[in-house]
Design a protein around this ligand. Sequence first.
Ligand code: MG
Length: 267
Amino acid sequence: MNIRKTVLIVLAGVCAFACIDDKENKTPVETKKKVEIQKEPTDPKDTELYEPVPPIVNPTGQGGVPSDAIVLFNGKNFDNWIHTKDESPVKWILNDDGSMTVKDKSGDIQTKQKFGSIQLHIEWQSSTEKRASGQNRSNSGVFLQERYEVQVLDNNDNDTYVNGQVGSIYKQSIPLAKASVPTGEWNTYDIIYHAPEFNPEGEKTKSATITVLHNGILIQDHYEIKGTTPYIGWPKNNPHGKGALRLQDHGDNSGVSYRNIWVRELD
Ligand code: MG
């Protein structure tokens, strides 16, 4: 066999193998699609999508709340809330101006409804009268799924450990900025929270993530939550399903008030 014949036989073999391999792994449609994707579009229509069509949301619906939001507190009653410790009716103070104030040592409160991933809007106000220092000045907290605390604190001229200051994911994530308004004025938190995922064996397959805007300023940027946010100890992340939104009574006469609380479910 001369060299030319040998080369031809080898080439034919390679071609045959490639053809078999191609037939086994790709349908003609897939191959066509791949070619189409790789080809640079020349018509604007090639890159335009017309579905799925996003739903229409009125951002300033009834009471200025997005039309698809669930209103959790509108200033009129505690119908959507219970005390965390015993599920009893809420004893916090309902104010004439449409806000509520923590009733000292009555305990945390939480929503009756449980949530997974949410967009949350909540407004809070530090007390101008309670002038303790450090962690004891208007300390409260917004707990996602009953476990993960976004710190509420009056940090104006009142420093503390930075992973426990206002806007921190308590003892886990230092906020990117301190964006508080003057004490006694109303702060806003706008939060995008995605719940963690666990497999049937109870192992975490995806961490919860949280993004927080404090008065419109980005202070937590898609932070991956490690687990619970205890005062003492490391974060733990035992498997769980949906959970309530919980507000903290720090137990030291914080005087913190809340108003205008709504969520949009994201799952
Ligand atoms: Mg707190």
